[in-house]
Every structure is written in structure tokens, then in C-alpha cells.
Design a protein around this ligand. Structure first.
Ligand code: FAD
Length: 599
């Protein structure tokens, strides 16, 4: 155990001892926000580089992401931060991605015309027939992901484009993935937006599908930028420093035991602790230990892991896409990244190409247990099997393993997370942030935003991190806010019309109109009173331009107005309902077009 005084050079003891566990996007954002406000935190990172899952590894001067990382956000504060840190090194990349199926490229998001043209007439007819069959005789109950997708797109299209990749990512058959999961993944899409697009010809939010931001030298460049900014303002980002034990008393974390370089342990006093390490690991490190039911619930929070096999290829160009989804079920690779198509600066030699062969797996399974050389051999063989390059073109390879890459939302996820969350709520000075810190399927931007809010809490705010998406409308960018405001107005405009109210209103107005017109002509007088209006008698039987006639006109006017108003409201509601139904279907379809992005 190192004495605290000896460690004084290691930790910031100058002001409040704010400790942040993890130098991934969430932890670094929290630290950045704090140093901006005069607090100098200690960031402990067990790895030897910053960036967490969004780090960039360099191998033989080639840069590799742990999976391609697109920078996309609706959160204005996060976008501003990215731009502040990187300036012009944050480049905009037009997206190009495809599904690779039976050695053919299908642009993804899918375009029906492309699908039909590439598959050929025979397969296209089968897909259309299967679609019509599913529409006419859908599965009555949509219990599984398989049934849910088949009901919407037909079984054949589902098997061709969705089944194999989804099963690779999650490691279980689509028939075992619950349909609620698919519904939840697409719920974010605004049906109103789609309706507006159709009605008024608006563009669907372009940025989300067609282009994204990317640091010119890979995401690691961003996190190195954060690290420098934090250090230059007095914060400490310590690599190879693992939080191994969190000691608590009276509902507060008192100190954190930190293992440096895998051999020395120091104890650091804590005023506030912000943790982005996987929440189940945090629970396991508490001393005294958490109650059994909490430990049990935390243990049940599961993850998928991820392996990236980086290959350097002796070829200038293999395909134009940034990444390919590999649909073939016999090939184990799920996705292939082509890093020079993200940014040319990712490769040192433009005559060569670097690929990231992405494998989804579970800690300890067959893939995870393979040695690096076995994995490189597998990736090389699969690349050749796909016909994208030959064995002899592969110059070098290396492996990145990422445990706990994807939090799994299984049936009992909410229940287990609820138990953990309730318990954490009893520790006053502890906040958990980020993707695994909250066991939530967050992308970088939402992970960062939780970091930002946690820092504000240290400064005295009272943000609820667990519910921030619902609670804080300012998480969305101003252009999105104004679009939403506009949508609200349109919703008000297109609300269902009350048939009876409209019928009475139109009836009353038209009845009164004829009544007053008749009275006015009577008052006006003349040799022949209202000669033209007299003609109305041909339609309103018994009508004359007299006081009695004025009441008859009132009755007729009301009757026809009532009928007209009622029918108008009926047909308008009918067509509106039909339109919204169509828009809903279209919304589902559109969201499915970029469904793989949500996986
Ligand atoms: C394959 C893949 C592709 C992705 N693509 C995208 C994308 O395109 N766009 C996007 O926005 N997001 C993407 N993401 C998600 C993104 O990577 C995460 O949202 C983000 O990295 C989460 O940041 P974080 O700081 O919460 O966690 P992490 O990145 O996991 O960082 C946590 C850090 O804590 C450290 N740590 C853990 N335990 C300890 C301990 N005991 N002591 C000290 N340090 C510890 C870890 O080493 C790590 O560095 C992708 C993720 C994966 C796996």
C-alpha cells in the first residue's frame, strides 16, 4: 500500500477529490466539464490509452477503430464540444455502406429498385410474392423478431437481408429475440415527420443517414484532444490505473483503492465519485459488499463482446464503402470496415488498404477463446471466401478484443437494472455514467451527455441521469426542437374533426345566412321583393321572400349545412386516418432501412 503523502504527486489533492473512473467518452467529458469550472478531477483509466470502446489503435502506422465510430448527434452541447476540441480535424464524411450478399453489393440503407435490379427478376418475384403472402396471412401473434419483421416485409426479404446479420450480432436465433426489442429500436422515428415529408415534401433528417462526422485520424484523436485539454487545465488523466475497490460508509463512497501498473495500490479519498466502468463490476468492487439481491441482479446484467481483426492488404482499393454488412450465415465475420474510406489519414500508404473484420461473440465462447493467430487466419480465409481479396494479398494482421461491448436487453433487464439502480441511489456521492456505467445501449453522444450532467451535479445541479432523455428536452439540437415545434403545430391542425360540432356549426351559419338575407330583402322592400332569391323556392319547397319564408329558409339552410358539414368532417377524417396509416407503414419501412445502424 502506498502512503498518501508519497502519492501526492500522483493525485490531485488541491481541491475537492473528485474521482472519475474510466477515460472513455463519458469519463473524459465529465472531467472536461469539471476543469472548465475550476475543479481538477483525477481520471483513473485501467487501460494504456484513452477513448474506451471508441479508442483508435495504431498498428504498423495504420489506424484502427474498435468498430467504425460515426460521430452523429442531436445534442447541440455535444456537437459543440466535438467541434471545439477538434476544429477542422472533424471532417464530414458522406456515408457509403452496403450489404454483401452472395458476392453482390446492395446499397444500405436499402433501396427497393436496387434490391430488385441486383437480385434479378426471378428472385424479385419470389420476394414480392412472399411479401403479399405475409400481408394477406400475417402471423397472428408477433412474439418474435422473426415474426415481426416477416409480417412487415415478407419472410423471403427477411431471410435474405436481416436474419443472418442480426443473429451474428446477438448470438441467438431471431425466433428467440422478442418482438418488443424491434419495436423499441424503431420507436424513436416520428410518424409525424414522415407524414410531413409526404405532405409537404420535407427531407428526412439528412445527417442521420447520409453523412456523419469523423476525426481525420480516427476517434482516438478526439479523446487525445480531451486528455490534453483536461491536463492543461489542471486535471489528471492517469493511464494503467485501475479502480479495484470502492470503500463506503454511511451512504457515501469514502475512498477508492487504485492499482497502478498492475502492482502498486494507493487509496484515494473521495468527495464525489463518477464511474463509467460496467455497473455490475462497480457493484462487485464495493466494500463492504452490496446486499446479496443487488449482487445477484448485477450479475445478471449481460453483454456481448466484440473482436476486431485488423488486416493490412496489398491492394489500393477493394470496395468504395466505409463498411459492409456480411449477410452470409456460413461466414462468421459480421461487418467489414474499410478505414481509408472513412479518412485517408487512417492509412500511411495509399497503395494499401486496412480492413477491420468484426466478429461478435460472447466472453469465453469459441471465437473469444481463439488465439490471435487463429483469428487472423480465420479472417484471412473468410475475406478470400467472400471474394474480396486473396490470401496472398494479406500482409499483416492483429487483433483487438473488446469485452462488454454491447449491453444485452433481455427479458429481465429492466427488473435487474432497477434493483441495481435503487441501491446505487442510496450512495449519495456516487454517479454512474456512460454506456456500461448505466448498462444502456448508448452511443458516444448520449454517453458523453451523461458525463456532462454528472459534472454539473458535482457543481450543485440535480439532474436525473437515468431519465435524461425524457426529462431534458435540451438534449436535442435547436433545429430538431424547431422541427418538433412545427410538428406540434401541424398535429394541432390535423387533429380529428368533430363531425357533430362541424355539422351544427355549418348548419347554423348557412341557416342564419338565408334567414338574414331574406329579412334584409324584406326590410329593403320594393315593387317585387327579392326577385332573384324567390328562385330559391325551387329548391326549398314552400320558400318565399316573406317572414314565414325566412324561417323556412332557416330550417332548410340548417338542414343542408348540417348534412354538408357532417359529411365533410366524415370524409376528411376518413382520408386523414388512411393517410396516417400509410405514413405509419412508411415510417416503419424507413426506420427499417437503417435498422442495422440501431443493432
Ligand atoms: C463495435 C462498436 C461500434 C460502435 N460504433 C459507434 C458509432 O458508430 N457511433 C457512436 O456514437 N457510438 C458507437 N459505439 C458506442 C461507443 O463506443 C460508446 O457509446 C462509448 O464508447 C461509451 O463511452 P463510455 O465512456 O460510456 O464507456 P467506455 O468507452 O467503455 O469507457 C469506459 C472506460 O472505463 C475504463 N474502465 C473500466 N473499468 C475500469 C476500472 N475498474 N478502473 C479504471 N478504468 C476502468 C475502460 O477501460 C474504458 O476505457 C460503438 C460501440 C462498439 C462496441
Amino acid at each position: 500500500m502506498i502512503d498518501l503523502k508519497e502519492a501526492a504527486g500522483f493525485i490531485n489533492m488541491n481541491n475537492d477529490s473528485v474521482i472519475i473512473i474510466g477515460a472513455g467518452p463519458a469519463g473524459l467529458t465529465a472531467a472536461y466539464e469539471l476543469v472548465q469550472n475550476g475543479i481538477c478531477p483525477n481520471v483513473l483509466e485501467k487501460g494504456d490509452m484513452v477513448g474506451g470502446m471508441a479508442r483508435t489503435k495504431t498498428y504498423k502506422a495504420y489506424r484502427f477503430d474498435v468498430g467504425g465510430h460515426r460521430f452523429i448527434t442531436n445534442i447541440e452541447a455535444v456537437q459543440n464540444l466535438w467541434e471545439t476540441i477538434l476544429g477542422k480535424d472533424l471532417i464530414k464524411v458522406p456515408r457509403l455502406s452496403s450489404i454483401f450478399y452472395q458476392k453482390r453489393f446492395f446499397r444500405y440503407p436499402l433501396h427497393l429498385s436496387d434490391v430488385l435490379a441486383t437480385l434479378g427478376i426471378f428472385e424479385s418475384i419470389l420476394i414480392l410474392l412472399s411479401y403479399f403472402k405475409s400481408r394477406s396471412w400475417p402471423f397472428r401473434e408477433e412474439k418474435s423478431f422473426e415474426q415481426w419483421v416477416s409480417n412487415r416485409f415478407g419472410e423471403r426479404l427477411y431471410r435474405t437481408f436481416f436474419k443472418a446479420y442480426t443473429e451474428k450480432v446477438w448470438g441467438i436465433p431471431c425466433s428467440k429475440i422478442r418482438s418488443e426489442w424491434a419495436k423499441q429500436r424503431i420507436k424513436g422515428l416520428s410518424i409525424v415527420s414522415v407524414t410531413l415529408n409526404a405532405l409537404l415534401g420535407f427531407q428526412k433528417s439528412k445527417s442521420l443517414i447520409n453523412e456523419f462526422y469523423y476525426p481525420s485520424e480516427g476517434p482516438g484523436m478526439m479523446w487525445e484532444g480531451f486528455k490534453s485539454a483536461i491536463s492543461s487545465q489542471g486535471g489528471q488523466v492517469r493511464l494503467n490505473s485501475e479502480a479495484v475497490s470502492l470503500n463506503h460508509a454511511d451512504g457515501r463512497i469514502v475512498n477508492v483503492a487504485c492499482c497502478i501498473n498492475k502492482n502498486e495500490i494507493i487509496e484515494m479519498p473521495v468527495s464525489h465519485l463518477i464511474s463509467s466502468m460496467p455497473v455490475d463490476q462497480l457493484i462487485a468492487k464495493l466494500d463492504p459488499k452490496a446486499p446479496d439481491n443487488v449482487l445477484e441482479a448485477a450479475n445478471k446484467l449481460d453483454y456481448r463482446s466484440f473482436i476486431l481483426v485488423g488486416l493490412i492488404i496489398e491492394k489500393k482499393s477493394l470496395f468504395p464503402d466505409q463498411w459492409l454488412y456480411i449477410q452470409d450465415p456460413k461466414i462468421r465475420v459480421g461487418r467489414i470496415q474499410n478505414f481509408k474510406n472513412w479518412s485517408l489519414a487512417m492509412v500511411p500508404d495509399p497503395q494499401k488498404t486496412s480492413l477491420g473484420m468484426e466478429y461478435f461473440c460472447t466472453d469465453g465462447d469459441e471465437l473469444w477463446s481463439m488465439s490471435d493467430s487463429e483469428l487472423i487466419r480465420l479472417a484471412t480465409k473468410e475475406l478470400a471466401g467472400l471474394g474480396l481479396a486473396q490470401d496472398k494479398d494479406v500482409l499483416n494482421g492483429f487483433v483487438i478484443r473488446q469485452p462488454d461491448a454491447y449491453p444485452i436487453y433481455d427479458e429481465d433487464h429492466n427488473e435487474h437494472l432497477g434493483v441495481v439502480r435503487d441501491f446505487l441511489g442510496t450512495i449519495e456521492n456516487l454517479q454512474t455514467i456512460g454506456r456500461n456505467g448505466m448498462h444502456r445501449y448508448n452511443n458516444m453522444d448520449h454517453s458523453m451527455y451523461t458525463g456532462m450532467l454528472s459534472a454539473k451535479n458535482v457543481l450543485g445541479a440535480r439532474h436525473d441521469l437515468w431519465d435524461f432523455e425524457e426529462t431534458y428536452p435540451d438534449v436535442v439540437r435547436k433545429d430538431v426542437v424547431s422541427q418538433r415545434a412545427f410538428e406540434e403545430t401541424v398535429i394541432q391542425t390535423f387533429v380529428r374533426m368533430d363531425k357533430l360540432a362541424l355539422a351544427i356549426a355549418v348548419g347554423a351559419v348557412s341557416g342564419l345566412f338565408f334567414f338574414l338575407l331574406t329579412v334584409w330583402l324584406i326590410v329593403k322592400g320594393g315593387d317585387i321583393v327579392g326577385p332573384h332569391l324567390q328562385l330559391l323556392g325551387q329548391y326549398f319547397i314552400g320558400y318565399t321572400v316573406t317572414l314565414k319564408g325566412a324561417f323556412i329558409a332557416l330550417g332548410y339552410g340548417f338542414f343542408w349545412g348540417f348534412l354538408f358539414g357532417g359529411l365533410f368532417a366524415f370524409f376528411r377524417n376518413f382520408f386523414m386516418a388512411y393517410y396516417v396509416y400509410r405514413a405509419k407503414k412508411k415510417a416503419e419501412f424507413l426506420s427499417f432501412r437503417d435498422f442495422f445502424d440501431q443493432l
